[in-house]
Design a protein around this ligand. Sequence first.
Ligand code: KG4
Ligand code: ZN
Length: 331
Amino acid sequence: MLILGIETSCDETAVAVVKDGRDILSNIIATQYEVHSQYGGIVPELASRRHMENLPVVVAEALKTAGLTVAEIDLFAVTRGPGLLGALLVGLSAAKGMAWALRKPLVPVHHIHGHILAAGFTQELAWPFLCLVASGGHTSLYRVESPARISEISSTRDDAAGEAFDKVAKMLGLGFPGGPAVEKEAEKGNPASFDFPVPQVRGDKLAFSFSGLKTAVRNAINDSTAKADVAASFQRAAVTAMVSKTIAAAEQLYLPFIVLAGGVACNGELRKRMKEAADKKGMRVVWPEPVLCTDNGAMIAAAGYYLFRDNPDNPAFAEFKMLDAEANLPL
Ligand code: KG4
Ligand code: ZN
């Protein structure tokens, strides 16, 4: 089965062609860094407009790279949310139009569902597993029973991890997007320079919180602080929070196979420290390659494939009926 996956929830216009949920035939991503970087963050209206310009080109490129025509696609998958409404609508409209014109099924996908399956492209996953999704909009732990059966264990009470990286980068004047910039700066710094608090949520050991850490960083910055030391100390505290909660959840739920997902899973320090902690407990941890950690169409195609495979008669997958039937979908 050939699936075309479309992702336009934020600032990446991304389209992929995937065979049977596993083989990536093409994975094209048009970023918008240059549009938003001058504003220090994503401007929703500009993102929608750029998706309008980019999407037809990216769809054509994805089909060309896969060596296919659109008529050969068996199923269309598209991010239904969460995300910027205007940006989502661009992808949804295009997917609806193609599915309707070709009389093919259209599967609306939760953005996080895609992230959770991304590591499966490059390695075998052991089910059920524990997944940490850390992105610009989410930081949550999930129990993943099968490719289409997922339940949330805990989540952030305020900011997402990636959002904290982005805000710290902004405070330090390191540019946008902030995650990779903070990681690079941190390499030159001493992580023990500042004793930033490792965020905890009273009464819920597995929940995340990053707003207090962000405030602590803001209060520590003055004219004489070294940016690299702040970046390294912040990264240490944020990574410690993610590692300790993930390992605690894996122990508590007897899920010794851990999958990292989302843009923050690109972070070398997070990967290294999660692996060290997992090794100590005899657990395994895997992550997607960087291009599949951040937003992409392949992960949406994979999630769409499994949702359809498990429930092909779901009325949500018939053209034009998807929005009123989405209550039947997991997540
Ligand atoms: O998954 P993603 O592409 O989009 C969302 O669904 O939000 O994640 C983007 C987030 C941004 O906040 C970005 O700063 C962060 O992932 N990120 C990183 C790194 N690379 C991307 N955070 C920390 N270290 C990185 N190397
Ligand atoms: Zn994402």
